[in-house]
Write a new protein. Structure first.
Length: 350
């Protein structure tokens, strides 16, 4: 314990929300990063160029790499190394983590950092090992894995250490994490691989089926963020959507409105609702009473889908609130436990 404190004086410990869609990095005590210590909040995308010998060279990471998705020539590929909240491409994930760690840590110290990483609930031992090895290879001294429902609850400011039930629904890019916390632990948890990416895919499939138009995931994401909704909005909106016709092979433009968007998003939204209901049904009665009183807290990028809080509230008959800065909830939670090493060791996989 004494050595931990001594080493901590010379190391800028790091919390990482290694998300399917975005990676957020927080550095403990980073004054230049503001109150939360957030230094990086960028897409989880890596662009590489393959040379004549088949070797991959990193061209870009993060926002710059995302701009290349779907637009690269044959010898350049832009990849998302995380899928459904876990590592799909070990090499690219390691390179991405190394890039982010070096970017925030290079100026500070010669002591390698302690790193806390948020991971989906229920990841397998093999998946945990892959994440840990990636972070160690990227330059970490110690790695702690904290389950995302717990991290999101802490980041949302819920009283996780008190003998009181709190329900958080963290809707990320690859997974939706649902957890009931009490006394510093997860009493009930559930993870489903339905989240932001599935919403994008649902829009792609809907437009393909209804309009015979092929669009990319980036256009679908833009539709989701602009006019996507879970309940009918007060004011209808529409967008002009460009894509390639399946019938003619030529470029076409169609009009897509809020009713279309809500219909397209109905399947993934319903899947999230059903998962929340399952967790509520499994929650012990005493904790259920706390949740009836305190409601459900939404975190993650999916919490920003228009009307989702209202939809879940109407279907569960519970108050539903959106966390402050929902996109940052997991990273903020992981960052806060860096300040409480004993609690971190209690709740994390080391």
């Amino acid at each position: 314990m004494f050595m931990d404190k001594v080493i901590g004086l010379f190391s800028s410990d790091i919390a990482i929300d290694l998300g399917t869609a975005n990676t957020v990095v927080i550095v403990r005590g980073a004054k230049e990063a503001g109150d939360h210590g957030i230094l990086i909040n960028e897409p989880s995308v890596v662009a590489v160029q393959r040379d004549s010998l088949g070797r991959n060279h990193i061209l870009a990471v993060g926002r710059e790499a995302k701009d290349m998705l779907g637009k690269t020539p044959g010898n350049i590929i832009a990849v998302r190394p995380m899928r459904d909240g876990v590592i799909a491409d070990f090499e690219m994930t390691e390179r991405m983590i190394r890039y982010f760690i070096e970017k925030v840590h290079r100026r500070k110290t010669f002591v390698r950092p302690r790193v806390v990483v948020g991971v989906p609930y229920g990841v397998t031992q093999v998946e945990r090992k892959a994440i840990r090895e990636s972070v160690i290879s990227a330059g970490a001294r110690e790695v702690y894995l904290i389950e995302e429902p717990m991290a999101a609850a802490i980041g949302a400011g819920l009283p996780v250490e008190e003998p009181r039930g709190s329900l958080v629904v963290d809707i990320g890019g690859g997974t939706t994490e649902i957890g009931v916390t009490s006394l510093g632990g997860l009493v009930i948890s559930k993870s489903i691989r339905v989240a932001g990416d599935k919403m994008d895919s649902a829009i792609v499939d809907y437009i393909k089926k209804k309009h015979n138009l092929l669009i990319g995931e980036r256009i679908a994401e833009d539709i989701k963020m602009t006019i996507g909704n879970a309940v009918a909005p007060r004011e209808a909106m529409k967008m002009a959507i460009k894509g390639r016709s399946q019938n003619t092979g030529l470029l076409e433009t169609i009009e897509f409105n809020t009713d279309d968007a809500r219909e397209a998003l109905r399947p993934p939204v319903k899947d999230i609702l059903e998962a929340v209901k399952i967790v509520l049904e499994e929650t012990p009665p005493d904790l259920a009473g706390d949740i009836v009183e305190n409601g459900i807290v939404l975190a993650g990028g999916g919490a920003l889908l228009k009307g989702l809080d209202k939809f879940l509230s109407e279907e569960t008959h519970l108050p539903v609130y959106i966390a402050e800065e929902p996109l940052l909830a997991v990273a903020k939670g992981a960052g806060r436990v860096l300040e409480k090493l004993e609690f971190l060791k209690q709740i994390a996989y080391e």
